[in-house]
Design a protein around this ligand. Structure first.
Ligand SMILES: Cc1cc2nc3c(=O)[nH]c(=O)nc-3n(C[C@H](O)[C@H](O)[C@H](O)COP(=O)(O)OP(=O)(O)OC[C@H]3O[C@@H](n4cnc5c(N)ncnc54)[C@H](O)[C@@H]3O)c2cc1C
Length: 504
């Protein structure tokens, strides 16, 4: 779509607008990426911003868990991480698409170093629980990928008969297509799938007479009947526009992006300040919040609310009925992750896995291997990253039970777990105070109704954040939304509506 100019990437441009806010006061609710970016840009345009943040830290969902990190879940209480030294895992965002130019722009502008995040790894595993002959065994991704390429290309090459198919192909076109199918599938001259080193070795080649041994292909029926063509496996990352390589991550943890923004606007943030009420006044807005010393009130000219909607839904306000309904009805997904610290990086040392993802159809859904500090000492991998019903069920478990589940199911794939495991930390985002969900999920109808209702300010209050974009579940959503909201506010204050950089 980008090639056809139908989808414009966010611009990697600094945010420059004419005019000045002349000290108008803006109350920003939430010091996540959206709130801090809005305050950063507004301050540069001459506005006075105060950010109210309920947590003791900035970043919101952009959070890396390290030694001393604390989380509070509604049913399970406070939980503190005890990872060794500099070890961490990204409990929220872990990867930046190469096409999210605005996220990359802010990393560059704020001086956040990036490194490659290896999202696609043919050496990782597929593990399908079930009753097929390939079930309950770990199988390298590359074996299934290459066998399926071989079988499907073989079927296609047999099916292509220009006399019978209305393809409009000439004999020459047809020959070229066949050659492509042969190359793509690894077919022999008889158009039959022939195993090769593409799918890996049963015995690696080496010196002397060790020429290496290639194992036989898995049978197509075994692959199908073992569930390895089910969505848990074919719905793979690299087919998604945003998840195609190259992907990136902030060196040292994704929270470095939040920390860099905090360095710019930190003086304007009031931490441990939980918003309890938002009221439009005839002119201006009044926000009540509580901190360690009790209830307080703040008034401002305008307000930007980036509080996630499931949290906002329980906060007192006097918004109109459209906004109020939208806040109550837009749903967020269930999602959770667990970080597991191991004594050694056995997935690298024993299994040749450097970054990437193992997929399984059990509760774990995915295991993420770290894309940094390769061949170092200890390591933290993400023992599950799950969604929806699986995340809901996992979230019901206590922290100890989640660890038990991750270890028990993970040991089926990595038998090294029991010997090498040291400690864990899990986050269930839909149970996490001040988030209460992973990200907003819309159907088409909700996009036309609830979403649109919140795109307009409710008098002096603007709604911003990941949920106010079509980039749900992405940091780019927070950045895009912040820029749009700043442009809207600046237009209201200066009386001039100018397109914000990136706007069509
Ligand atoms: C599991 C997971 C994986 C993700 N993976 C990726 C990824 O790989 N790549 C990517 O780009 N994005 C990813 N994302 C999405 C990304 O994290 C979000 O889109 C982005 O961080 C949202 O920023 P925000 O500012 O809109 O919201 P938030 O970060 O939620 O900020 C809202 C702020 O409001 C504060 N707040 C809440 N209630 C109150 C209150 N009552 N008073 C005061 N303050 C309050 C919160 O503490 C928080 O700081 C992921 C998210 C999750 C949860």
């Amino acid at each position: 779509m980008m090639a056809w100019d139908m989808l414009k990437p966010a611009p990697a441009l600094p945010f420059k607008m004419e005019g000045n806010g002349n000290g108008k006061s803006i109350i920003v609710l939430g010091a996540g990426l959206a709130g801090m970016t809005a305050a950063y840009e507004l301050s540069r345009l001459g506005y006075r911003c105060t950010i109210l943040e309920a947590r003791e830290r900035s970043g919101g969902r952009c959070w890396s868990v390290r030694n001393g990190s604390v989380n509070t879940e509604t049913d399970h209480g406070k939980h503190t991480a005890g990872f060794d030294g500099d070890l961490y895992f990204n409990a929220g965002p872990s990867r930046i698409p190469h096409n999210h130019e605005l996220t990359l722009h802010y990393c560059k502008e704020l001086g956040v170093p990036l490194q490659v995040y290896n999202n696609v790894n043919e050496a990782a595993w597929y593990f399908s629980e079930g009753t097929g002959s390939l079930s309950n065994k770990k199988i390298r991704v590359r074996e299934i990928h290459n066998d399926m390429r071989g079988y499907t290309m073989e079927l296609l090459s047999k099916a292509i008969d220009p006399a019978k198919l209305d393809t409009g192909l000439t004999a020459e076109d047809n020959q070229k297509l066949l050659e492509y199918l042969r190359a793509e599938g690894g077919l022999d001259i008889d158009k039959l799938y022939k195993v090769s080193s593409r799918r890996g070795y049963a015995e690696m080649p080496g010196a002397g007479d060790r020429s290496g041994k290639i194992a036989d292909a898995h049978k197509l029926t075994d692959i199908i009947r073992s569930g390895l063509l089910d969505p848990d496996f074919y719905n793979v990352a690299e087919y998604t526009f945003e998840l195609q390589m190259t992907m990136l991550q902030a060196t040292g943890g994704m929270d470095q992006i939040a920390k860099a923004l905090e360095r710019k606007v930190g003086k304007q943030i009031l931490f441990n300040s939980e918003v309890t009420s938002i009221r439009n006044l005839t002119e201006g807005v009044e926000v009540s919040y509580k901190d360690a010393r009790g209830e307080k009130k703040l008034t401002g000219d305008l307000c930007i609310c980036t509080i996630p909607l499931p949290v906002l839904s329980n906060i007192d306000h006097n918004f109109g009925s459209d906004a109020s309904r939208a806040i109550d009805f837009i749903s967020y997904n269930n999602t959770g992750k667990i970080g597991l610290q191991f004594k050694r990086r056995f997935w690298e040392e024993d299994e040749h896995i450097y970054g990437g993802i193992t997929h399984t159809n059990n509760e774990l859904t995915q295991i993420f291997y770290p894309s940094n500090d390769y061949l170092g000492g200890k390591g933290v991998l993400i023992g599950y990253y799950n969604f929806n019903e699986k995340a809901k069920a996992t979230g019901e478990l206590s922290y100890t039970e989640r660890e038990k589940l991750a270890l028990q199911k993970g040991s089926l794939i990595h038998p090294q777990y029991p010997k090498e495991f040291e400690q864990s930390f899990s986050v269930s985002w839909h149970k996490t105070k001040y988030s209460m969900g992973g990200w907003a999920v819309y159907n088409n109808q909700e996009r036309q109704t609830y979403y649109k209702a919140l795109l307009q300010p409710d008098k002096q209050v603007y709604f911003a954040g990941e949920h106010m974009t079509h980039l749900n579940a992405w940091m780019a959503g927070a950045f895009e939304s912040a820029r749009k909201t700043v442009a809207d506010i600046h237009a209201r204050v200066t009386g001039q509506r100018v397109a914000y950089p990136g706007e069509g």
